[in-house]
Design a protein around this ligand. Structure first.
Ligand code: HPA
Ligand code: ZN
Length: 319
């Protein structure tokens, strides 16, 4: 589906395709616990968010050098261009690398190398969103923000991801305050596996501008009313929700109901190498499974620019 669109919920580590994982493993002398790409793909049967995260963090062991991160991002951008992506706001998880001894500068400068030439090469403008792992401590998040300071010109926003249940947004109040003082914009995953209260906290305590996922707002009609009234964008990821069993089937996904309720919905791929499709594939899938017609798909594509951090001329170019 090649409607021009912005992708706002995309973990760059979640674009690591099995073929590239094996190439990098060989290059870096990393032994993977899978015989080949087929065996690895067969392991992509997830019970929930945590079972995905275990495999996802494990496979990151192949990423070591600036070149590795540049190659990872370049492969995503080349693929995204074929799916109509004109602008991408890209998450990365520095702690998943620094905890393995990879310096944060290697991660950021490697990614930046591919991002810097993306507009020229692929017609895609880009921004980087640095995510904190919410199942790590608030102190570790603060240390990560500190370590990123020499590279802040590369970073547009902070985000919050990883295992949600039991790790409420309020745990990160101080680090979001510090990020805000540094001029960074703010988003957070909330309401994927966690309760609607986490969505309220992300808004009220962290001051986020967008909610990543936000699916479980549908359990709380007052919250839905607020999100509609305040035009808070939600970056939904329907294929991810099916693979991680937040919903049983794509046919039962609440996307259409959420749009009917007046929520500012966008559709994104989350971790496309793991969840069975890039963002254009996701548009196609919701068209087929939910019967969303041309007008609704156009609305989703339009919303993706409205919800993006682009403004004025930049936004007009991308559309
Ligand atoms: N949720 C939380 N953390 C993540 C996800 C997700 O969908 N993908 C990668 N990290
Ligand atoms: Zn995500």
């Amino acid at each position: 589906m090649s409607l021009p669109k912005a992708e706002l919920h995309l973990h760059i580590e979640g674009t690591l395709e099995p073929e590239l994982a094996f190439t990098l493993a060989a290059r870096n002398g990393v032994e993977l616990p899978y015989k080949d790409t087929e065996e690895l793909r067969r392991a992509y049967l997830f019970q929930d968010l945590q079972s995905f995260l275990d495999l996802y963090y494990g496979l990151m062991a192949v990423l070591h050098t600036e070149d590795d991160f540049a190659e990872l991002a370049e492969a995503y951008l080349a693929r995204a261009a074929t799916q109509g992506v004109r602008h991408a706001e890209i998450f990365f998880d520095p702690q998943a690398h620094t905890s393995r001894g990879v310096p944060i500068g290697t991660v950021i400068e490697g990614l930046a190398r591919a991002l810097d030439r993306s507009l020229e090469r692929h017609g895609i403008s880009t921004l980087l969103i640095m995510c904190f792992l919410r199942d790590e401590s608030a102190e570790s998040a603060m240390e990560t923000l500190d370590a990123a300071k020499p590279h802040l010109h590369r970073i547009a926003a902070v985000g919050l991801d990883s295992a949600e249940a039991g790790h409420p947004p309020s745990k990160f109040r101080e680090v979001y305050k510090a990020a805000d003082a540094l001029g960074l914009r703010k988003v957070a995953h909330a309401g994927e596996e966690g309760p609607p209260a986490y969505i309220r906290e992300a808004l009220d305590v962290l001051g986020v501008e967008r909610i990543d996922h936000g699916l479980r707002c549908m359990e709380d009609p007052e919250l839905v009313e607020r999100l509609v009234r305040e035009r808070v964008p939600l970056t939904l990821c329907p294929l991810s929700n099916v693979r991680l069993r937040a919903v049983d089937t794509l046919e039962e996904h609440p996307l259409a109901r959420m749009m009917d309720a007046g929520l500012l919905c966008t559709v994104n791929s989350d971790d496309p190498a793991y969840f069975g499709g890039y963002v254009g594939d996701t548009f196609h899938a919701v068209h087929e499974a939910l019967g969303l017609g041309e007008e609704r798909l156009r609305e989703l594509a339009r919303n993706s620019f409205v919800a993006s951090f682009l403004e004025g001329d930049e936004e007009r170019r991308a559309r």
